[in-house]
Structures are given as C-alpha cells and as structure tokens.
Design a protein around this ligand. Structure first.
Ligand code: SAM
Length: 197
C-alpha cells in the first residue's frame, strides 16, 4: 500500500487552521494524561512549525508560557503565552539563552525533535540518542520538582537504557503511541511524571 502523507489528520489540521498534523498527537496525549494546566509554563524543544504550540497555548491560556525552540524560525507565534527562540538544543549556550527569557522553572519540558536524517541507520540512531539525552538534560535542569517530561523516542537500540535513565529522575515513566502517530512510524512518546528535582 502506498504511504499517504496527506491522511485524515493532515486534512483535519488544514480545516482547523493548525500548522501541522502533529498537533493532534499532543491533543490526544493531553486528553489521556491531562498534562497542561491553566497558567503552566512549558518549554518545547523542536517546536517548528508550531502545531503543538497552538494547542498548548489554548490549554495554558495567556497567563502561561509556551517557549518553543527550533533550528528553524517559528513565525507568527509571538503573542502571550507563546515565545520562540531559534537555536540548536545542542548549543552549550542554550541554557543561558533560556534564562534571558525567563528566570522561572517550567512545569513541563516536551520534545518532538526528530533528527535530520542522513539515511545511514547507525548515524541516524546515534544522532537521535544524542538529541533525546540532551532533551532529558534540559528537562532536569529546567523543571520544577513535580514537573513532567514528554519526549518523542524511537523503537531502537538504547531505548530501554534511556527509559531507565529517565526513571532515576522521575517517579513514573510511561511509553505510549497516540492514534495520530502513523502506524508505520517507529516513534513512541515517553511521558515521565513527578520530576524528583
Ligand atoms: C517533527 S518536527 C516538530 C513538530 C512540532 N511539534 C509541531 O507540532 O509543529 C521536529 C523539529 O525538530 C527540529 N530539530 C531537529 N534537530 C534540532 C536541534 N538540534 N535543535 C532544535 N531543533 C531541532 C526540526 O527543525 C523540526 O522542526
């Protein structure tokens, strides 16, 4: 069967004025796990073009904060609660850049990062592990005690070790696949609740 990029979720996103079909993944994860509360401060890594930010902004409301970071510019999402930063999450100066935007800790750190693929399996898997480790590092640096971490991961070597590493920093770790995630994709979402701080 041919791979159909423009599936039902793609058309639904177009109809609802959402920037990406990925928006439905975060909506479904929220429906199941009630992650985003009014007034919450959320740090999103790999946020372009901003589909998740659109959904989360509605949920946290204008008193909250959704700080989206990406290598690519995220345009037109610069009104409260949204704020964007064009940066590489592997940049050693990133933590300092985030602190110039807010001195607060975050209620949630979320990552939908997918590495730019080289086509060489071992290189791509290594790159993906490097990005998820950095996402965890940023989460443990910037989360309030009790905060949550949500991260896209791939079913590949190293996933169990990553789950164990996350588990040593959080009270509960769940692996899940929302309905809007393509069945053919190896992606899963890891949700870690109760940052030990
Ligand atoms: C699947 S997209 C995110 C989609 C987003 N959640 C949405 O709903 O619109 C993954 C993003 O990760 C970004 N990315 C990849 N490597 C990155 C890095 N090292 N630093 C920052 N962003 C990165 C890509 O530029 C891409 O925009």
């Amino acid at each position: 069967m041919a791979f159909n990029r423009k599936d039902g979720f793609y058309h639904k996103a177009k109809r609802e004025g959402l920037r990406s079909r990925a928006a439905f993944k975060i909506e479904q994860l929220h429906q199941r796990h009630r992650l985003f509360k009014k007034g919450a401060k959320i740090l999103e890594l790999g946020a372009a073009p901003g589909g998740w930010m659109q959904i989360i902004a509605r949920l946290v409301g204008p008193q909250g904060l959704v700080l989206g970071i990406d290598l690519l510019p995220i345009t037109g999402l610069d009104q409260a609660p949204c704020h964007t930063l064009q940066a590489d999450i592997l940049d050693p100066e990133l933590a300092a850049k985030i602190r110039t935007i807010t001195s607060h800790r975050f209620d949630g750190v979320i990552s939908d990062i997918a590495p730019n693929l080289s086509g060489i399996k071992t290189t791509d898997q290594q790159r993906s592990r490097e990005l998820t480790s950095q996402a965890l590092e940023l989460a443990t640096t910037f989360l309030k005690p009790g905060g949550f971490f949500l991260c896209k991961v791939f079913q590949q070597e190293g996933l169990k070790a990553f789950q164990r590493e996350v588990g040593s920093n959080f009270k509960k770790v769940i692996l899940t696949k929302p309905e809007a995630s393509r069945k053919s994709s190896a992606e899963l979402y890891l949700i870690a609740l109760g940052c030990r701080g």
